[in-house]
Design a protein around this ligand. Structure first.
Ligand code: NAP
Length: 324
């Protein structure tokens, strides 16, 4: 664990505590640090999931659509650059997970285990996680044939045969998008009925490059260094078959990391935090939210970074209005 200085436990509260360190949190850190607010970033703990420091980009390889990198950039390298930039202006990092928050009075309190940190304002940027199938090889092959983001990775599958798992709007949207690149896209769905909206279904059914594999579950992900195919099981008979695809897009939904805030902040029915329109303000004055934790629509690194900037400016102006 790192991060000394004015901790707020018994002494001066921090001006800003940022929880989460993906593109949104680190952009908020750059802006608030540069404004002289000495933010404390509780960045998460290293793990193989997307709530680790750096967020979902730590699970990707090449990022080709982040502006400013004409030759592309590796996701982890991009996040490291964000972090170094925030540190340069005085942001402090605590490599740990926030375990509890208390937002009923100011200063707000954020706990890391038994240790309490107080902040005059809090920026929530804990992100979201793509749901995964939970199969062996799945996480290891992310970035090597397995993906949870068609917008990010579709380009790498030009002319190939790939599969999308899921039967909701995300799966059909991704499948339709992926036909721009892939020669053939199989949609593997565990039932014989889609959950997706009619318009998405019609679009997918009309697309010659999409083939539906109904009543099938992916039960095995094949490949050592790269995806080599998947084993499918028929949901009704259990019969096994192999599908020799070079790409597998898992599109079975996302889960925002909002459990910590359930008692405090308003959430949409799907769990995402609610912010006021065109701002990062939540229903609690002095608590702001940015990035994927409050965005179930765009979910891009660049939009997350943009909303991190908004949160920082909102926090800065709010603190100023409070006389800090
Ligand atoms: P979703 O609607 O929850 O659909 C998830 C799909 O994945 C379902 O078909 C589900 O199967 C399947 N699934 C879940 N767990 C699975 C597992 N372990 N193995 C195999 N399949 C599994 O999620 P979503 O598609 O991400 O959509 C989320 C929300 O965003 C929805 O409200 C959607 O309308 C919205 N959205 C809108 C758009 C758009 O309008 N452009 C685009 C994307 C998302 P079952 O059907 O059998 O449960």
């Amino acid at each position: 664990m790192s991060g000394n200085g004015p901790s707020g436990n018994g002494t001066e509260p921090r001006n800003v505590i940022i929880i989460g360190s993906g593109p949104a949190g680190l952009t908020a850190a750059i802006y608030t640090a540069r404004a002289g607010l000495q933010p404390l970033v509780i960045e998460g703990e290293p793990s193989s999931t997307s709530d680790q420091p750096g967020g979902q980009l730590m699970l990707t390889t090449d990022v080709e659509n982040y502006p400013g990198f004409p030759d592309g950039v590796m996701g982890p390298d991009l996040m490291q650059s964000f972090r170094v930039q925030a540190e340069r202006f005085g942001a402090e990092f605590l490599t740990a997970k926030a375990t509890r928050v208390e937002l009923s009075e100011r200063p707000f309190s954020v706990w890391v285990g038994d240790e309490r940190r107080d902040g005059r304002s809090v920026i929530v940027s804990t992100g979201a996680q793509s749901l995964l199938l939970g199969l062996a090889n799945e996480e290891r092959l992310i970035g090597h044939g397995v993906s949870t983001c068609a917008t990010c990775d579709g380009f790498f599958f030009r002319g190939q045969e790939i599969a999308v798992v899921g039967g909701g709007d995300s799966a059909l949207e991704e499948a339709t998008f992926l036909t721009r690149f892939a020669q053939k896209v199989y949609v593997v769905h565990r039932r014989d009925q889609l959950r997706a909206s009619k318009i998405m279904q019609d679009r997918a059914f009309a697309n010659e490059r999409i083939e539906f594999l109904w009543n099938r579950r992916v039960v095995e992900i094949l490949g050592a260094d790269r995806l080599a195919g998947v084993t499918l099981a028929d949901s009704r008979t259990g019969a096994l078959s192999t599908l020799g695809v070079t790409g597998l897009f898992v599109a079975i939904g996302h889960r925002p990391n909002t459990d910590l805030f359930a008692d405090w902040l308003d959430r949409k029915p799907n769990g995402y935090l609610i912010t006021e329109p065109d701002s990062a303000r939540t229903k609690i004055e002095g608590v702001f939210a940015c990035g994927d934790v409050q965005d179930d629509y765009y979910r891009q690194a660049v939009t997350a970074a943009g909303s991190g900037c908004q949160a920082a400016i909102d926090a800065e102006r709010w603190l100023e209005a409070q006389g800090h």
